[in-house]
Design a binder for this molecule. Structure first.
Ligand code: ADP
Ligand code: ZN
Length: 737
């Protein structure tokens, strides 16, 4: 009999981030189980905790052991899989166990916030024949007529029509109406724009589907990378794989970037798998979210479609996990636990002996390298489903524009093409990367950007100190007055934003209708699909936007895509800048030539010869990959190493440096197998009055140093006096700004 339990306390605090042992009082023995929420004493207070495991003995002094007070919820909150995952997640992400638990089970569900299932009233099969006999009960007759004419209705709708519960109860007793579970999806969304029947697969699709099918049949954990160009029909391959998975009695998880989870996409999946789908994304209300989770846990929903956090969906008997657009940075969580959904998905695939399919037109360097090295993991689709060609891409050299005395943000070619589009009544999309705020210094005459010689990232401008700084290693240099490359004098801070593009367009074409989409204009819950629909319906000629318009949008009448400044991404002070640039340009280019009208792409840049831009213009992933992987190898960046980033932030500049220096010193004492860079100011040195300083450990298999690092972090928190400076530890950060 288990008399003790190991418990984590439900308090977000470093002080209680360790398992506590409690006695199980006789009355609760046999009733408590791992994963359950219980009430416990902690010092003078009463709080809640979760049972990690039951123990038959403990080394803790008996006098110090206290009793569990009570069981808070008779059903275990965490499944066996989730309990195991919790330990792994806390270890991998250097976070508190309670942070891991918060990620795995959403708070709304944990607080016992279990909403009632919504239902609809519907007329039964007998209703039609019986309605005429209800002349003596006009109220009942009225209800039946409504249900027969307008289909099932919820309680609220009937309320509005003045119908009472008594009437409904009477009809229910007579067997003329019944309650039906309401579909859990928001109503009023547009119907699917595409047919939901399985399609006859093309030959490339068929090969990929067969390979995934074989992997499903193997009942082994397998990871496959589906590299298919835009519009090669990856979604159909996923759907048919899901069908196969469901037929074998297993469940499936489909992950898409938040932004791609449009009503169109949701209804497409619902149409194919009616009654099986649960949807999880950040725009759900707590009640909606809780309902979805309940449906998943109870096995009612066997296919989950969701964004990053859906990777924790409590599906039992998981057979297939799909991560679409696997290269997207939104799969990495920036708050504790700083996990990557791909890593969690692979953990779950191994636990469940399931198949993980990663899909992308521009796979991450990590995934592609792994797929190539592990033979048989790479599936490729090189052709578009529709007979349309990929659009021709023209690169415009902005240095040349300047030389010929043309100083606007739009090149002459882009202006001419834009005129043509407006004259013909077609649509254009203008793209500008929002992340242009991290200032870099560029020579407008030759395109030269000042970079750090040891880290190969662009130096970040710190206007207040008139210095350029490498935020990886801390190297500093004064801002040059003339270009070190061409001695030109037009060397300056580079910036361009969506607002500026909008203003310029309005000046050039005063009457034109345009929509601007960026994080400023799409803050409300519905804004995104509202703008999408308006543009699709042709209510505007030009759509100006950030990366949020690069994905998943399908507009047949867009015949021109203009990338206003490819350089904003290319010169981000991040070693992944070329990869981001290539991905973005490829995605953006995929937004045109989707209809009969065809389409063109124009990329404006000061680096026309850069391999990321050249490869994107030719739609050639392999050319890009071969060059980029060589660069990574030479500088020992991922996938040839792991990075571990320590980010310190505080409003007191001096304190931040002091804390960072202290911790870095501790790391230097215990770590010899990896390089320690910094402390250096982060490239976004000050955000909301918080100074940010970072130290980066770079080395192979950094997992091995995990225990040593954890110990240093613990001493940091216990330091006397403890540093008040906030410390965020991030294993393999995707964005290092
Ligand atoms: P991807 O996800 O690879 O970019 P999509 O899944 O969006 O490509 O597919 C592009 C278009 O081709 C979609 O409109 C889809 O309905 C259609 N499609 C996919 N497979 C087939 C098929 N086998 N037969 C006909 N149309 C298909
Ligand atoms: Zn450097």
């Amino acid at each position: 009999m288990h008399e003790y339990a190991e418990i984590i306390v439900d308090l977000i605090s470093n002080a209680v981030d360790r398992p506590f042992h409690y006695k199980i009082p006789p009355a609760l023995r046999g009733k408590v189980m791992p994963g359950m929420k219980v009430a416990i004493p902690l010092g003078p207070r009463r709080c809640e905790g979760y049972i990690l495991r039951l123990l038959s003995s403990t080394s803790v002094d008996h006098a110090a052991l206290r009793d569990i007070y009570a069981v808070s919820d008779p059903e275990p909150l965490l499944t066996a899989e989730q309990l195991t995952l919790l330990h792994w997640l806390a270890h991998r992400c250097y976070c508190r166990k309670i942070d891991a638990l918060n990620a795995i089970v959403p708070a709304t569900f944990r607080q016992g916030h279990r909403s009632q299932k919504p239902y609809l009233f519907a007329a039964t099969a007998e209703a039609e024949a019986q309605i005429v006999k209800l002349t003596k009960a006009p109220a009942q007759q009225k209800v039946l007529q409504i249900l027969l004419d307008q289909g099932p209705q919820d309680r609220k709708a009937l309320d509005k029509k003045g119908i009472t519960s008594a009437t409904l109860r009477a009809l229910e007793t007579k067997g003329l109406i019944e309650k039906r579970n309401k579909s859990r999806y928001p109503t009023g969304e547009p119907a699917a724009e595409v047919s939901t029947d399985p399609l006859q697969l093309g030959s490339e699709q068929a090969v990929c589907f067969e390979r995934i099918g074989a992997a499903l049949d193997s009942n082994r954990a397998q990871r496959l990378l589906l590299h298919g160009i835009t519009a090669s029909g990856k979604t159909e391959v996923y759907m048919q794989s899901i069908s196969k998975c469901l037929k074998s009695g297993k469940s499936a998880l489909v992950m898409v970037p938040e932004i791609a989870l449009t009503p169109q996409m949701i209804s497409h999946f619902e149409g194919r798998f009616p009654g099986h789908i649960a949807v999880l994304h950040s725009r759900l209300t707590p009640a909606e979210k809780s309902r979805e989770w309940q449906a998943i846990r109870e096995g009612e929903a066997r296919v989950v479609l969701g964004a990053r956090s859906a990777v924790f969906a409590p599906l039992a008997n998981l057979g297939l996990i799909v991560i679409d657009e696997e290269h997207e940075t939104t799969y990495k969580q920036e708050e504790a636990p700083r996990y990557h959904a791909r890593d969690v998905a692979w953990w779950r695939a191994r636990y469940n002996k399931a198949v993980l399919v990663l899909g992308s037109a521009t796979p991450s360097l990590e995934s592609y390298t792994q797929a190539v090295e592990d033979k048989g993991q790479l599936l490729t689709m090189t052709g578009r489903i529709t007979p349309t060609q990929l659009p021709p891409v023209t690169i415009v050299d902005m240095r040349q524009e300047l030389k010929e005395n043309h100083r606007q943000i739009f090149s002459r070619l882009l202006l001419t093409e834009l005129d043509g589009v407006l004259e013909r009544g077609e649509q254009a999309l203008l793209f500008i990367n929002r992340r242009g705020f991290a200032g870099f210094v560029l020579c407008r005459e030759c395109g030269y950007v000042v970079r750090c010689s040891s880290c190969d990232v662009s130096l970040t401008l710190h206007l207040d100190r008139q210095l350029m700084c490498c935020h990886y290693c801390g190297f500093e240099a004064p801002v040059p007055q003339t270009c070190p490359e061409c001695s030109g004098i037009k060397i300056r801070y580079f910036s361009a934003g969506t607002q500026r593009v909008e203003d310029e367009i309005k000046k050039l074409h005063p009457g034109v209708t345009l929509i601007r989409m960026d994080s400023d204009t799409t803050t409300s819950r519905q804004a995104h699909s509202h703008y999408y629909r308006r543009f699709r319906e042709g209510k505007a000629s030009i759509l100006i936007g950030t990366q949020m318009i690069a994905k998943g949008f399908d507009f047949p009448s867009v015949t021109l895509v203009g990338v206003v400044a490819a350089d904003t991404t290319l010169n981000l002070p991040d070693f992944r800048a070329p990869e981001r640039t290539f991905q973005l340009l490829t995605q953006v280019a995929g937004r045109t030539a989707r209809g009969k009208l065809g389409g063109k792409v124009i990329i404006q840049t000061y680096h026309p010869g850069h391999y990321a831009i050249q490869a994107a213009a030719k739609h050639d992933y392999c050319v890009f990959y071969n060059q980029e992987i060589e660069n990574r190898r030479q500088l020992a960046y991922p996938p040839f190493s792991d990075l571990l980033r320590f980010l310190f932030s505080d409003s007191d500049e001096q304190k931040v440096f002091e804390a960072a220096t202290w911790l870095t010193g501790q790391l230097q004492q215990v770590i010899s197998s990896a390089e320690i860079l910094g402390p250096a100011p982060a490239s976004l040195y000050r955000i909301k009055d918080q100074y940010r300083v970072q130290t980066i450990i770079k080395g192979q298999q950094l997992n091995a140093i995990n225990p040593a690092v954890k110990k240093v972090i613990r001493t940091y928190h216990e330091h006397k006096p403890p540093y008040s400076v906030r410390l965020a530890v991030d294993f393999n950060p995707l964005v290092v700004l």
